[in-house]
Design a protein around this ligand. Structure first.
Ligand SMILES: C[S@@+](CC[C@H](N)C(=O)[O-])C[C@H]1O[C@@H](n2cnc3c(N)ncnc32)[C@H](O)[C@@H]1O
Length: 256
C-alpha cells in the first residue's frame, strides 16, 4: 500500500510541484510566505510563531466562544458536527482546508481509519509545524498550499471541511469553486464561518470589526445560497452568535 505522501501526490493536479524541502509536510509554496493575496491582521497572526503555540488550547476556544456566544457549540461539539456532517467512514478521503494545528484533521484521520486519507492543508509553516507535533493517526498527511486555488485534481476527495477560515480568504467565491471542483460526486462539505447580525446597529459593528481584522462578514443565508448555486443539495445552516455552520452535498449524478 503506498504511503500517505505518495497517495497525496497522486491526487494533485498535474503540474503541482513541491517547492520546499520540509520533511514533515508536502510544501507547494516554498519561500512564498503567504498563500494567496494577504487579507489582513487575522491571517498575518496565523503565520507568527507565537499564535500557533497557543492556538488550539487557548486562542481558538476563547475567540470561538466570543463569536459563537455562550450557547454555541464547544470545540468538541464542532469536531463532532464536522465528522457527522461529512459522513466519514473507513477508507474515505477527507480534506481539511485551512487546518491550522490539525485538530479537525486528526479527528478525520481517526474516522477514515488506516485505509483512508485525511489531508490537512494550510498556508502557514508555523501552524503546520505545530500540527506535526501532535500525535497524528496513520492516515493523516499535511500539505502547504493555497486554500483558495486548491492544488488537488478534480473529483478526488469525499469530504471538504473549512472551519474558521473562509472569511479570511481574499476570494471566498473562488475557494468555494475549488471545494466543489475537488469533491467527488456525492461528496460533502462543511464550513464554519462568519454570519453578520441582521439588525442595525449590530450589523454595522460586525462589519467594522470584520474590516479591522481583515475578516469578511457574510450575511445569513449567503453561504447556503452560494452552495446551491454550485450544485450542492441537502444544504443546512446552523447559527450561533456571529457564526454559521453550513453543510451541503453534491448529488451522486451531477448533471453536465
Ligand atoms: C483561524 S485558523 C482555522 C484553523 C482550523 N480550521 C480551526 O477551525 O481551528 C485559519 C487558518 O487559515 C489559514 N489560512 C488563511 N488563509 C489561507 C490561504 N489562503 N491558504 C491556506 N491557508 C490559509 C491560516 O494559516 C490559519 O491556519
Amino acid at each position: 500500500m503506498p504511503d500517505n505522501r505518495e497517495r497525496l501526490v497522486s491526487l494533485l493536479r498535474p503540474g503541482s510541484a513541491p517547492a520546499g524541502k520540509n520533511e514533515g509536510f508536502l510544501d507547494l509554496l516554498g519561500e512564498i510566505p503567504q498563500a494567496g493575496p494577504p487579507t489582513g491582521l487575522a491571517q498575518r497572526l496565523m503565520r507568527t510563531s507565537a499564535v500557533p503555540m497557543i492556538y488550539e488550547h487557548y486562542w481558538r476556544p476563547a475567540l470561538g466562544r466570543i463569536a459563537k456566544g455562550l450557547n454555541g457549540p464547544s470545540m468538541d461539539d464542532e469536531v463532532r458536527i464536522a465528522v457527522e456532517a461529512l459522513g466519514l467512514r473507513p477508507g474515505k478521503v477527507a480534506l481539511d482546508v485551512a487546518c491550522g494545528t490539525g485538530r479537525f484533521t486528526r479527528a478525520f484521520g481517526e474516522a477514515v481509519g488506516p485505509d483512508g486519507l485525511s489531508i490537512g492543508l494550510d498556508g502557514s509553516v508555523s501552524m503546520l509545524e505545530k500540527a506535526l507535533v501532535a500525535p497524528n493517526p496513520p492516515s493523516v498527511t499535511y500539505l502547504r498550499a493555497d486554500a483558495v486555488d486548491l492544488p488537488l485534481a478534480d473529483s478526488t476527495v469525499d469530504a471538504v471541511c473549512c472551519f474558521a477560515a473562509l472569511h479570511m480568504f481574499a476570494n471566498p467565491d473562488a475557494a468555494l469553486d475549488s471545494f466543489a471542483r475537488v469533491l467527488k460526486p456525492g461528496g460533502a462539505v462543511v464550513m464554519l464561518t462568519s454570519a453578520r447580525h441582521g439588525d442595525q446597529p449590530m450589523r454595522l459593528a460586525d462589519t467594522v470589526l470584520g474590516r479591522l481584522s481583515g475578516q469578511r462578514m457574510f450575511d445569513r443565508g449567503e453561504i447556503a445560497m452560494k452552495l446551491f448555486r454550485r450544485g450542492f443539495d441537502h444544504v443546512e445552516e446552523q447559527y450561533s452568535g456571529v457564526t454559521q455552520i453550513v453543510t451541503g452535498e453534491l448529488p451522486v449524478n451531477i448533471r453536465p
